[in-house]
Design a protein around this ligand. Sequence first.
Ligand SMILES: Cc1cc2nc3c(=O)[nH]c(=O)nc-3n(C[C@H](O)[C@H](O)[C@H](O)COP(=O)(O)O)c2cc1C
Ligand SMILES: Nc1ncnc2c1ncn2[C@@H]1O[C@H](COP(=O)(O)OP(=O)(O)O)[C@@H](O)[C@H]1O
Length: 302
Amino acid sequence: MKILEFDENLKFDEDLVLVLGYFDGLHRGHQALFNEARKVATILNLKIAVLTFPEKPTLTFEKFEPEMLLKLTSDKKRAELFAENGVDYLIFQDFTSKFAHQTASEFSENVVMKFRPKVVITGFDYTTGSDMKNLKNTEDYRVIIIPEITDNQGKISSTRIRKAVENGDIAQANSLLGYPYETSGLVVHGFARGRQLGYPTANLVIKDYVHIPAVGVYTCDVIFDGGRHRGFASIGYNDTFNGTEKTVEVHIFDFNGEIYGENLTVLWLDKIRDMVKFDDIDHLIEQMKDDENIARNYKTKK
Ligand SMILES: Cc1cc2nc3c(=O)[nH]c(=O)nc-3n(C[C@H](O)[C@H](O)[C@H](O)COP(=O)(O)O)c2cc1C
Ligand SMILES: Nc1ncnc2c1ncn2[C@@H]1O[C@H](COP(=O)(O)OP(=O)(O)O)[C@@H](O)[C@H]1O
């Protein structure tokens, strides 16, 4: 997959199907657009291009709040997901006021036509231009609008997934995403208490602007050193030790080694329980043994 910045002089030698949208999380609803893009691309012998934005378009329209920068995936993971969904060209365009103020027909002429696409694919709620119109078929390209994908609770959406992650409902988030929600971070030093508990934990600093699951204890898999390892994790304030800072910590089962300075990716699988303030360390250790049992026995659905 090639990653490019949009500019007026972009030229493609190959015929394209162009997919439009921001796609936070590339969840099952978004995946439906790419399933269709791959079908069309195979039949018509096209390459798949996506025109997207580095940041969420809401930043251009609403009073800034830091939460608006939070995403379901890091930029790196988002690019990987586009590649996994069959995208050949990933093209970024800043969502500026100027860009937003184009009418739908200006957008078609100034932007879409630069790709000379045979087919354009958007979601059912994608409107373009200051006149908020759906794109229409033209003599040059056909527009396919993919209807909403729903489950028994309604539309599959990034908003629902954000809420699920922030409520610690990881099973629900994963079911809507179609893959396990993940967080990457750098292993740094904590208070060196973990090893005394019998469970050394890698303390993660998360540098990406991403949603972190709710405070609690979770079953997870950890990607590092080229492998996927089962573990369990704690997100919270280490209440038993009267901690004041929120930490994300993960213990990897059947592993012993120094991993400071490494980048780990945690795949959140399921919540085990809420964080508890124990009266003494022995009760915490006892509880962690039960947690370990649950985490080790968790079966991934695949
Ligand atoms: C699976 C798991 C569950 C945990 N549950 C709790 C808990 O319920 N209450 C609590 O105060 N700390 C809990 N902890 C966090 C420990 O307090 C923490 O790992 C320990 O303080 C080590 O801190 P350190 O890495 O800074 O040395 C848990 C940690 C893990 C890995
Ligand atoms: N199974 C394991 N899972 C996670 N980290 C481990 C494991 N075994 C050893 N470690 C190492 O031990 C460190 C955590 O030890 P800990 O006593 O919790 O100290 P600190 O919190 O100060 O880093 C990790 O950062 C890692 O380098």
